[in-house]
Design a protein around this ligand. Structure first.
Ligand code: URC
Length: 307
């Protein structure tokens, strides 16, 4: 045998489930895309064709629908915890670790006039938020003493932000390969992915906390509506966004933000006899480039937490 099995897991991905909650005429909708990964004593399934300790991935898929029906939850984080606890509690001999990722499509109520002409949230029609989406993630493990421990995470994928001033990048290291000009006043765009860990001992209010986090991220990036907030680099903005999340949401113990610097480059109009500048003297015609993009990433923790 040329190989030994170093590690393995099995699970089910892209399990899509929609739950409708009807309270009289007012309905709510939760729509998830779930991935489950199970670790257990399954080496023999890979090395000796022994499936006796395998929970079929089909069973895992069915379990998502059964749990959607039989349990109560109002966001991805809660459902991720429910699923992880279920597999660890139901199969003590077959599962020692369960990781669950729940991506959530956010359906916001349509706002429209009702039959009396008053504008209000619609009872049962929804508009999908995006392009970003939120997710909840759990990592459940069985301790040697048999106790189940759960770590809970939340996050956002593709939060797309842009501002047209109050951003600079200067005084960077320069050498023979440098062509980047100093920019005192530039555009700033990102399509960020963020993940944060909840301190489960603080009994987080998952849906309330994550709504606050998204608000804080947007507010920190943008600043006050009239004056904005000055950004000397994506790095500083990233750290300020993380600091604000930790300051505002006590149930978050740490957060990691991946913030691509999505460039908008001034278009060279000189060859068409035009000066690419408006009355401020700054360029105003740009072309957005998705690639390459800068990669700025950081993890922020509370000062007291051990590194
Ligand atoms: O905010 C920035 N950080 C960088 O590290 C960087 N590098 C670069 O070319 N432009 C920028 N902008």
């Amino acid at each position: 045998m040329a190989a030994v099995l170093a590690s393995n897991h099995h699970g089910k991905g892209r399990v899509r489930v929609t739950k409708v909650i009807r309270r009289g005429p007012v309905h709510s909708v939760l729509q998830f895309n779930v991935e489950i990964l199970l670790d257990g004593p399954t080496n023999a399934a890979f090395t000796a064709a022994d499936n006796s300790l395998i929970i079929p991935t089909d069973t895992q898929k069915n379990t998502v629908y059964v749990l959607a029906k039989t349990t109560s939850f109002d966001c991805a984080e809660q459902f991720a915890i429910i699923v992880a606890k279920h597999f660890l509690a139901t199969y003590p001999d077959l599962v020692h670790r369960c990781r669950v990722m729940v991506k959530e499509d956010t359906w916001k109520r349509v706002r429209t006039a009702d039959s009396t002409g008053k504008t209000r949230d619609h009872d049962h029609a929804f508009l999908k938020a995006g392009p970003h989406y939120l997710f909840g993630r759990s990592e459940g493990t069985r301790q040697p003493c048999g106790r189940i421990s759960i770590r809970a995470f939340g996050g956002v994928k593709g939060l797309t932000l842009f501002k047209t001033t109050q951003s600079s990048f200067t005084n960077f290291h320069k050498d023979n390969n440098t062509s980047l000009p100093e920019a005192e006043d530039r555009l700033l765009g990102t399509c960020m992915d963020g993940e944060w860990e909840y301190d489960v001992l603080r009994s987080p209010d998952f849906s309330g906390d994550r709504a606050k986090i998204i608000d804080v991220l947007v507010e920190q990036f943008a600043g006050p509506a009239d004056k904005g907030v000055y950004s000397p680099s994506v790095q500083v903005t990233c750290f300020q966004m993380g600091s604000a999340v930790l300051a505002t949401v006590p149930s978050v113990s740490e957060c990691t933000f991946y913030m691509p610097n999505v460039h908008n480059l001034p278009f060279d109009l000189a060859k068409y006899g035009l000066v690419n500048a408006d009355q401020t003297g700054l360029p105003h015609i740009f072309y957005p480039v998705d690639e390459p993009h800068g990669i700025i990433q950081a993890t922020m923790k509370r000062p007291s937490s051990k590194l």
